[in-house]
Design a protein around this ligand. Structure first.
Ligand SMILES: [Zn+2]
Length: 116
């Protein structure tokens, strides 16, 4: 896929996938931006710090993540983000939505659609 199309898909769809990834990993323990960037790269996504850090801040602003700064870290302390109870509810909701979408979209497992 060319870069223009990939960027369009990023804006329209993949940002949501990445947010779901972040919530999923933050449920397992605090995540930091650099680790999350590497983890998404492992999944085949190239996400810049200029995209990742605002995403983390947005999820924190929604009340789904809580940010703690390492008190030993000094001026360049890393911020660790973990899931809040509201984040856990959001993640549970998303899991059901992902499952529902998967069943329909991934070939071979769809139910018959309504007649048009
Ligand atoms: Zn992952």
């Amino acid at each position: 896929m060319d870069t223009v199309a990939a960027r369009a898909l990023q804006r329209e769809v993949l940002l949501g996938f990445w947010k779901a990834h972040i919530l999923h990993h933050a449920a397992e323990g605090p995540v930091v931006g650099q680790w999350m960037i590497r983890e998404l790269r492992r999944h085949g996504y190239e996400v810049s710090p200029g995209t990742m850090y605002p995403l983390l801040a947005r999820l924190e602003g929604r009340g789904w993540l809580r940010c703690r700064t390492d008190p030993q870290g000094g001026a360049r302390a890393r911020k660790g983000y973990s899931l809040t109870p509201a984040g856990r509810r959001a993640l549970t909701f998303l899991k059901n939505q992902v499952e529902e979408l998967y069943r329909e979209v991934v070939p071979g497992e769809e139910e018959a659609a309504e007649p048009r």
